[in-house]
Write a protein that binds this ligand. Structure first.
Ligand SMILES: CC(C)(COP(=O)(O)OP(=O)(O)OC[C@H]1O[C@@H](n2cnc3c(N)ncnc32)[C@H](O)[C@@H]1OP(=O)(O)O)[C@@H](O)C(=O)NCCC(=O)NCCS
Length: 143
């Protein structure tokens, strides 16, 4: 099930963050602020546990996403991106990803994102980012 985040999810989200982003994980206060700022577009995938999350803006900017390591390569990330595509229909999607994060880049390329630019020193530790963008689906032309 995919649903909006609740405060009781933060404990498990902090575990996912620590495993996914050892260099720049969100802390509890940042998760709380994101949940206040994006109450409808901070989504979690739930089975017995929280298996993954995505936070995005309605303009199509994906702020962050991660899947629990034990649950990767099961299609959870793809389903979360499909939610964003549904929510932001008619809009292009974009995000920043570390240049060293080749696995995530492959994941996004597989979902029709393309690298648009390199942003020098985007991350606090000085690493560059790739800006990746996915063009808007144009379903009107395909009936
Ligand atoms: C990136 C991430 C969210 C992908 O989630 P996921 O649930 O594993 O993705 P999916 O199972 O939907 O993957 C779909 C396809 O994407 C590609 N893919 C996904 N992860 C990949 C990887 N590490 N390397 C190469 N290709 C990958 C594959 O083609 C995969 O299909 P397959 O498993 O049939 O080969 C997850 O690896 C993750 O949480 N990484 C750490 C956090 C992170 O980097 N977040 C993004 C920051 S911008």
């Amino acid at each position: 099930m995919i649903r909006p985040v609740r405060p009781k999810d933060f404990h498990e989200l902090l575990q996912i963050e620590a495993q996914a982003f050892p260099k720049s994980q969100y802390d509890r206060e940042e998760l709380w602020l994101l949940s206040l700022q994006y109450p409808h577009t901070f989504l979690v995938t739930v089975s017995n546990h929280i298996d993954g999350y995505i936070v995005f803006r309605v303009d199509g900017h994906i702020i962050s996403m991660a899947v629990r390591p034990q649950k990767r390569r099961e299609g959870i990330g793809t389903r979360l991106i499909q939610k964003v595509i549904g929510h932001c229909s008619g809009k292009s999607l974009r995000l920043e990803v570390r240049v060293s994060n080749v696995g995530a880049q492959r994941f996004y390329l597989n979902l029709d994102f393309r690298i648009k630019a390199r942003i020098d020193g985007y991350y606090q530790d000085g690493e560059d980012a790739f800006l990746m963008e996915r063009p808007a689906d144009n379903t009107e032309d395909t009936d």
